[in-house]
Design a binder for this molecule. Structure first.
Ligand code: ADP
Ligand code: MG
Length: 709
């Protein structure tokens, strides 16, 4: 189905199908659609060049050198020959100017190109230079007959567009696409590309006008104009993205009805006064305040809680759940794995041991009989706190009055899943999503901009920073000796192996080999080892985990199934095998399994000798810092935004020009600008905001900002 059926303003020339443009045949139109998603004039206008060349600048052949990428030369064809057979067949053309000779090579379209090139004729040649045995060469250059007009009277920079092999074969190489955009730009005027940013904002940030930006990014009068055009269009991308996401949030705040938890009652107070095992950090208190405010606001809470590993998010969740109970509402706590759900259940039931409140655990492996009882308890309201895996949001789980849902250690919790939670009660319950790994604030606000945002930026007192070291695998026996020392001191240790693919046989073989090796260092009955991995049944997993948690075993050998959340404060050593295979956030999560008690803890990153540049950088970061937010920044820097877990399919980060890493300061500016506008004029009624309002209405049907991965 063609996109242009949906365009709202059929009168606008930009909504014309691409075939209406001079020079675009039906065949070319088809290719433009298939190859580069250009359906309409508008799409072509938004198809930006990846570079410009100054056509008036012609490189002399003897001035070409290795450091150059794209070059333009002019000269005569002095020789052409087809050499080689079958797949090795190629066309070699020698082009000469007054300073030297360059070789042009074609591996495809050989006969065609050979026919159209005339020996003795002068050509203008553009392409990516490479050197072969010290001689300059251009493979598949763009080439046109050279005459004095090519080089005269053109003051602008010529745009070069990304093209594809198929397009090139049909006469639409990077330069030929430029001819189309030139044609297009001739046809349009300011009214076709109306301004959409408020005038004051443009003045304030010195932004180029929209029409100018779109024309100058294609055909800039000079380099400065080009930079200004790019800047304006990037700003527009950030600004509009922020506008939709912040409006979404505003609308939610305005329109959503929420359950009112008006009081803090006995459950909370009794627990807080009698059973809270430590005093809360200020950060925990602040977040709790924010949550209480939301609870009382009459609006549904949708809050994202970011906090580093070990910052004490669970306690915040528990205290909030008690407030729900105080107001006669049920609460659920959902964890990503059975191990974690089980552990939360253990922690919370022991904390609430002396109190009269019913807490239940529901996971995929809950036995039928027990399950029935729990489901009944949820339905009749006896179960006040339900802890579990995704099982808790299955359709068969019915609540009497679910008021609050906590989603732990998961930032992949999408709108669809949240919607499922919302339906668990007539009025949607309050939702608190707690992240597994912090992501930089700007990013969080971009991806989860429709959520309210809280942060725990402080660790409980008395924590000693985990000492992290990197060792090569040939030092493994020393590392094992170190574990022995720690065990002698009464501590416990993790040894983690990478599990790249759940189904990978090799990974499991490595794990088993590793297990045997650890066993040879730590023979029974002096030492006991438990092993946990993804292929075990939930019961076996839990049993092995529990033995370690009870200190019946001193070593836990496992895969990343223990990555998030697991809490065994007596464990003081984390050894990560093949650490170079893990991503930064994973390493940080794993390391976060130790350092949970008062003792000095250690993390040892074992790797092979050969390390990639990125791997070295990851290891260095781990050794240098234990601040999850700093690590998240670094992760973003190394991997780019597309790879940040949970953000990949969000769409919220895919901009045409802007880059969320490199252009972060601009994103911040755009975000604040939007906030300021919406604060003063939420419905965009002010005259200065009319261009923006008109624009937003015109694109409304196409916006999908609500989707979050
Ligand atoms: P995370 O934020 O990673 O989920 P947890 O909630 O598991 O962290 O807390 C980590 C550890 O810190 C737990 O053992 C918890 O009991 C402890 N803890 C939490 N808050 C405090 C506090 N204010 N003071 C001391 N210890 C705390
Ligand atoms: Mg946790």
């Amino acid at each position: 189905m063609y996109k242009y059926f949906f365009i709202q303003h059929p009168n606008n020339i930009l909504s014309s199908p691409i075939e209406y443009l001079t020079g675009v045949s039906t065949l070319k139109g088809d290719l433009l659609r298939k190859e580069i998603n250009v359906f309409t004039f508008k799409d072509l206008l938004e198809y930006f060049p990846f570079r410009h060349i100054d056509k008036t600048k012609i490189d002399l052949i003897n001035s070409l050198h290795e450091g150059m990428d794209y070059v333009q030369v002019a000269g005569r064809v002095v020789e052409k020959k087809i050499i080689g057979e079958r797949r090795a067949k190629r066309l070699i053309v020698h082009l000469q100017d007054e300073t030297g000779l360059i070789e042009l090579v074609w591996f495809q379209g050989i006969n065609f190109v050979e026919k159209i090139l005339t020996t003795g004729q002068a050509y203008l040649v553009f392409g990516k230079i490479s050197f072969f045995m010290g001689k300059p060469q251009i493979a598949h250059p763009e080439i046109e007959v050279y005459n004095s007009q090519n080089s005269k009277g053109k003051s602008f920079l010529e745009p070069i567009y990304p093209s594809t092999e198929k397009l090139k074969a049909r006469g639409l190489n990077g330069r030929q696409i430029a001819k189309l955009t030139q044609e297009l730009i001739k046809k349009i005027s300011t009214k076709d590309v109306p301004e959409n940013l408020p005038h004051n904002l443009m003045l304030q940030y010195k932004l180029m006008g929209r029409f100018d930006a779109f024309t100058q990014i294609h055909l800039p009068a000079n380099e400065i104009n080009y930079q200004q055009a790019v800047r304006r269009l990037k700003f527009e991308e950030f600004f509009l993205a922020q506008m939709s996401i912040q409006k979404l949030k505003l609308n939610r705040h305005k329109n959503s009805r929420g359950l009112v938890f008006e009081k803090v009652g006995n459950y909370f107070n009794e627990f807080y006064e009698k059973y809270l095992p430590f005093s809360l950090t200020n950060a925990q208190k602040n977040v709790l305040k924010e949550i209480r405010k939301d609870f009382g606001s009459g609006k549904q809470m949708n809050r994202l809680l970011q906090g580093d590993v070990g910052s004490g998010k669970t306690m915040v969740a528990l205290l909030s759940m008690l407030i729900a109970a105080d107001n006669d509402f049920q609460a659920v706590l959902m964890a990503p794995t059975e191990i974690l759900a089980q552990q939360h259940f253990n922690t919370i039931t022991s904390l609430l041991n002396e109190m009269n409140i019913e807490v239940q655990l529901l996971t995929g492996s809950t036995k039928l009989k027990n399950r029935k009882k729990i489901l009944l308890g949820c339905e009749n309201g006896e179960v006040k706190i339900l802890i579990g895996t995704h099982a808790v949001i299955e359709d068969n789980v019915v609540f009497k009055n679910l008021g609050f849902a906590v989603v732990d250690e998961q930032h992949k919790f999408g709108v669809a899943q949240r919607a499922k939670l919302w339906k668990k009660n007539d009025v949607a319950p309050h939702v608190l999503v707690m992240t597994a790994t912090p992501i930089p604030r700007t990013l969080a606000l971009t991806v989860y901009g429709d959520l309210d945002y809280s942060i725990i930026d402080e660790l409980p007192p008395g924590r000693k920073p985990i000492s992290t070291i990197h060792r090569f695998e040939n030092k493994r026996s020393q590392v094992m000796d170190f574990i022995k020392e720690q065990i002698t001191l009464g501590r416990q240790a993790y040894v983690i192996y990478p599990l790249i693919e759940e189904s990978s046989k090799l990974d499991y073989e490595n794990l088993m080999k590793g297990y045997e090796e650890v066993k040879s260092f730590f023979p029974e009955p002096k030492y006991w080892i438990s092993m946990v991995h993804g292929k075990q049944t939930a019961e076996v997993k839990e049993n092995n985990m529990q033995r370690f948690a009870n200190a019946d075993t001193q070593i836990l050998v496992g895969t990343t199934v223990i990555e998030v959340g697991v809490n065994v404060p007596n464990a003081s050593v984390m050894v990560i095998e093949s650490a170079e295979k893990f991503g930064l956030s994973q390493l940080h999560q794993l390391r976060g399994r130790v350092g949970r008690g008062a003792d000095q803890s250690y993390c040892v990153l074992l790797t092979g000798q050969k390390l990639s540049k990125d791997a070295k950088e990851r290891l260095r970061t781990m050794v240098e810092t234990s601040d999850g937010f700093k690590i998240a920044e670094k992760d973003l820097e190394i991997r780019g935004p597309g790879e940040i877990e949970g953000t990949r399919q969000s769409g919220a980060l895919s901009f045409k020009l802007a880059n969320i890493v490199d252009d972060r300061p601009m994103l911040e500016v755009a975000r604040n600008a939007v906030a300021e506008i919406l604060e003063k004029d939420a419905d965009l009624e002010l005259p200065d905001n009319q261009p923006l309002k008109t624009y937003l209405l015109s694109i409304k049907s196409k916006t999908r900002w609500g989707k979050i991965a």
